[in-house]
Design a binder for this molecule. Structure first.
Ligand code: CAA
Length: 257
């Protein structure tokens, strides 16, 4: 597939997708989402890939849904096409996904970051949910994922006032995992991706699935789910290798089996 609005690279065991619509601050057009999803499908299917990094430009991770494309659409248009449903492909990716955010992550851009497993922010990152200024509300999950990740107070502040928060505040409230200088963003995110990709694949995927379960279930169900996945990993060869390597004081050699 040839891409026009994203760049897709394989760097060792890490798949890198760079949103690349600079003239529109990486606004999330239908084409961009389709290309992002194709890239994600490719990396999911590729056994050589153990983690994915999603990034944008220095100016913008993504400025949200494409406002020009939404103009003129009516209820029946967006209902029939189930507008925004396709964006959920990112949330359904089973391999760990690291977002590397510099510049604006607004509206749907912030929501894409929220679908990733770890968000690494440059000091230049700005997060916001400005949809109300367009007489809309967030449509790609922020009222739910932001509330579950940073709580009601900050979510209401961001959604109702549209206030942009900087990287330091985003880290303080738990929206991002780490903040790094802008010049170090790409290398840090790729190093984190490589570190995750070097783990035993079934263990990494089950860890992601178990943590995500916390957002969907009560505590007792979630704990039982975690315990079953933990027990399931005793069926892998990698578990024996991981334990043996520790005891023999050597690096493990995982087979992802
Ligand atoms: N959709 C379409 N085009 C966009 C866009 C968007 N979301 N954001 C920026 N652009 C375009 C601008 O129209 C402009 O195009 P022209 O050069 O042709 O005029 C170009 O990108 C550059 O934009 P600016 O001149 O505004 O650049 P800036 O650096 O001064 O500001 C910005 C950057 C703060 C991101 C500003 O562009 C902005 O506020 N964008 C809109 C953000 C927004 O409201 N996002 C929410 C969208 S709704 C949504 O996402 C719904 C959902 O939850 C699913």
């Amino acid at each position: 597939m040839s891409y026009e609005t994203v760049r897709v690279e394989t760097l060792g065991s890490v798949g890198l997708v760079t949103l690349d619509r600079p003239a529109a601050r990486n606004a999330l057009s239908r084409q961009l989402i389709a290309e992002l999803n194709a890239a994600l499908d490719g990396f999911e299917a590729d056994p050589a890939i153990g983690a994915i990094v999603l990034t944008g430009s220095d100016k913008a991770f993504a400025a949200g849904a494409d406002i020009a494309e939404m103009k003129g659409l009516g209820l029946v248009d967006v209902f029939e096409n189930d507008f925004v449903a396709a964006w959920e492909r990112l949330a359904a990716v089973r391999k760990p996904v690291v977002a590397a955010v510099a510049g604006y992550a607004l509206g749907g851009g912030c929501e894409l970051a929220l679908m990733c497993d770890l968000v690494i922010a440059a000091e230049t990152a700005r997060f916001g949910q400005p949809e109300l200024s367009l007489a809309l509300i967030p449509g790609a999950g922020a009222t739910q994922r932001l509330a579950k990740s940073v709580g009601k107070a900050k979510t209401m502040d961001m959604v109702l006032t549209g206030r942009l928060i900087d990287a330091a505040e985003a880290e303080r409230i738990g929206l991002v995992s780490r903040v790094v200088p802008a010049a170090a963003l790409r290398d840090t995110a790729l190093a984190v991706g490589a570190k995750i990709a070097a783990l035993s694949r079934p263990a990494a995927l089950m860890a992601k699935e178990a943590v995500n379960r916390a957002f969907e279930s009560g505590l007792a169900d979630g704990i039982r789910y975690e315990r079953r996945l933990f027990q399931a990993l005793f069926a892998t060869r990698d578990k024996e290798e991981g334990l043996a390597a520790f005891l023999e004081k050597r690096p493990p050699r995982f087979e992802n089996r």
